[in-house]
Design a protein around this ligand. Sequence first.
Ligand SMILES: [Zn+2]
Length: 397
Amino acid sequence: MNRRQFIAALAATSAAGCSQDPPPDRYNQADVAALAAQRETERNRNGLSPFGVHRYQGYRELAQLPWFELNSEGHLICVDQSVPKSIDVHAHLGMSVLFKPKLDLLASHKRVKHLLDCDGTPACELDLDTYANGNFSEDALKVLQGEIRAQGLWGSEFAATQTVPNLLREMDAMRVDQAILLPIKLGLWFGDELTEDWRKAVSEAGEERRLLSGFSIDPDGEDPLFELDFHAATGARVMKLHPTVQRFYPDDPAVMELYELAQDLGVIIFFHGGRAGIEPESSHRYAMPRHYEAALANFPQLQFILGHAGARDFEGMLTLAQKYQNAWLGIHGQGLTNLDKMIAQTGGERLLFGTDWPFYHIGMSLAKVLIATDSAARASIREKILRRNAEQLLTFI
Ligand SMILES: [Zn+2]
């Protein structure tokens, strides 16, 4: 917990609740209403896209789609050799933080337990036309929260399977060539070294070509500029910032010098973008699309990936991405209807494939792209989304 989180926690326990209300330009009733409206619209138009209803029992059932099969071990594989070898700009490994319970990131396991463990028993229903986290049932959300706690305390049974070899096996099966690993600096007092831990595992595995190590810093930490400089000097070039988890406004004047240095160093910023809807409500205020605009406008040479294409604030984030040439939309999480809209409005420009592994099986995100680009007119767009755009982005580093 950092200083700001500590103060927020204290404020949350105080009786004088109104003192912590954000100014209306930061978060207001219209913002609250927009989130509720998004959920309702998504429910009402489910399955009404040109692609129809896409619901599957578990990741395994994606094998019903023409590009996939199950292998002899029951693992989903992409068997269509025409599917471009992709670059995943949004992946993670298993986490061990706080008390750093033992986690061997080089171990192999028969089956990955994704945080949405859709291939467990019973299999969960996977709907490709809803925002990804809409597939978590109440019970699955409880499991998720329990596993996140376990990552800091006694060790997570799920995280134990979210290792380098298991990620590579799934990448191979899904024709993913490279993935960018995005750690997050939680700003804990101790035991918060995901950047270093993951990088060490990748290096020990000798997989630096396929797994590109991103880094994270705490914008509210002791010396964020020094940390940024330090990580960039080690060769890392993608910095993950998470406004809701790290509780900062992306247009906070204090963060501007971080962007300036990132721009000078040729570092790309990966923002968690928008409200996912399952985080604490007190952090929603940080992720409204309008709070990202000053960064995009003031640093035109700095490339920003807007993660999850704004999640449940998709509409606002899409508008920003069309206005600013340095905004790239990470498409992970969006359902088929929104993916179709993004493609129609951008022609596929600056859209980036991402999977958020190990939250979900890579096949879930891949299936959506394949369905949404399953036409001759969109063949080149498929290649852009899965690979070419990421290649173009990486020329900036
Ligand atoms: Zn993520």
